[in-house]
Write a protein that binds this ligand. Structure first.
Ligand code: 1HN
Length: 369
């Protein structure tokens, strides 16, 4: 009896103590230490996939229903990962989206601290002007908009174009480091010329001799599909399949094209699963060419041209192509490397496939869809 009374007194003291901690805006570590400090990353970001057919159809509807104006500035449908509680983010660190620009439209100039890339899934004719340099966009090209570079998009053609936008925006948001400025007084910047950075910095193993100090972002703003394709072909001939990977680099440093985002292209040829791999940090992949599937933490994702999918941090991933395939990908690896916390590993045992991801049938109330 005496013991029970003592237990009750202790419990009351503890309850009072926890209540006081809360009332004083303090939290004890001991009940949450396993959650705060798990043995390995436990991302909220889910492995997930969006179908190109659905993205394109809804981007086209945005084109019919939504005008581009100052304020909105862009007609962008962001990949909203269902693990992130409704946030418009593909992963906890990366923004991924489909952007639609209609015939004879332009999207007004602005600049911001988050860095962006465009990857052209299909079509051509649009250019993105980056600090006065009009970068022509063709299918398979990568265009950079480094942090605080003025940028606007122009479509002089009579057809619409849709491309993939990748940004480090969630990371900048987490750091409370977002600044934004509209370009003024005009909607668009003056164009000094087309593909100027490509002419100056895009030479094969040649650079201006007096290029000065290394710059944090690549001075080369456009990476052409034809160059990526040629390098991948050579890599595959040299190394063999089923997987080869190239990274788009800053020609001044050999490092990542942007200080916060790595851009890569994977070429996968039919002939079996790639070796299981995992790394710290998330990726957003865009299927540029081909068809196949990936197994991410035991879940099978079938994909083909234009589909976009997310690989969360420390998720094991294997790919298998049923046709020669090219997967473009962005990741946050440069940040992790700069902080010396990047790690990755190749595993030996293929994963058991325990589930197959079923992309939603396009959800629509549109009678023409
Ligand atoms: C942005 O400025 C663009 O310039 C695209 O095309 C997507 C997503 C969030 C914030 C700014 C663009 C964006 C964005």
């Amino acid at each position: 009896m005496a013991d029970q009374a003592a237990d009750r007194a202790t419990q009351e003291a503890l309850d009072g103590f926890y209540g006081d901690l809360k009332a004083n805006d303090l939290a004890p570590l001991w009940p949450i230490s396993d959650e705060l400090m798990p043995a390995a990353p436990t991302p909220a970001t889910l492995p997930y996939l969006w179908r190109w057919k659905m993205l394109r159809r809804l981007a086209e509807r945005a084109g019919e229903l939504i005008t581009i104006e100052r304020g909105g500035d862009r007609r962008v449908l962001s990949l909203a990962n269902p693990g992130l509680g409704g946030a418009p983010y593909a992963s906890s660190t990366l923004w991924g989206a489909a952007q639609y620009l209609g015939p004879r439209e332009s999207a007004p100039g602005h600049r911001h601290t988050p860095a962006a890339i465009r990857f052209v899934v299909e079509g051509d004719g649009v250019w993105t002007t980056v600090n006065g340099d009009a970068c022509d966009m063709h299918s398979g090209d990568l265009i950079l908009t480094p942090s605080m570079h003025w940028h606007d998009h122009s479509n002089p053609t009579d057809h619409a174009m849709i491309w993939f936008d990748g940004l480090d925006l969630p990371t900048m948001k987490a750091l409370d480091a977002i600044f934004f400025e509209p370009y003024q007084p005009d909607e668009l910047q003056p164009v000094a010329g087309h593909n100027l950075s490509e002419r100056l910095w895009g030479g094969r193993a040649t650079l201006p001799r007096d290029h000065g100090h290394d710059r944090p972002s690549s001075p080369l703003l456009v990476y052409r599909w034809i160059d990526a394709d040629r390098s991948l072909e050579a890599l595959l001939a040299e190394r063999g399949g089923p997987l080869v990977t190239l990274e788009y680099t800053n020609p001044l440093t050999g490092g990542p094209a942007l200080p916060t985002m790595a851009c890569e292209m994977h070429r996968i040829v039919p002939g079996g699963l790639t070796r299981p791999y995992r790394k710290v940090g998330s990726s957003v992949c865009v299927v540029y060419r081909g068809a196949g599937h990936s197994v991410i933490d035991g879940q099978r994702f079938d994909w083909s041209h234009g589909d976009m999918f997310v690989v969360p941090s420390w998720s094991t991933v294997e790919h298998e192509a049923s046709e020669p395939s090219d997967l473009f990908a962005i990741s946050d690896r440069p940040i992790l490397e700069a902080l010396h916390v990047f790690r990755d590993e190749w595993l030996d045992a293929p994963q058991d496939v325990t589930a197959t991801f079923e992309a939603k049938e396009p959800q629509t109330q549109d009678s023409v869809a």
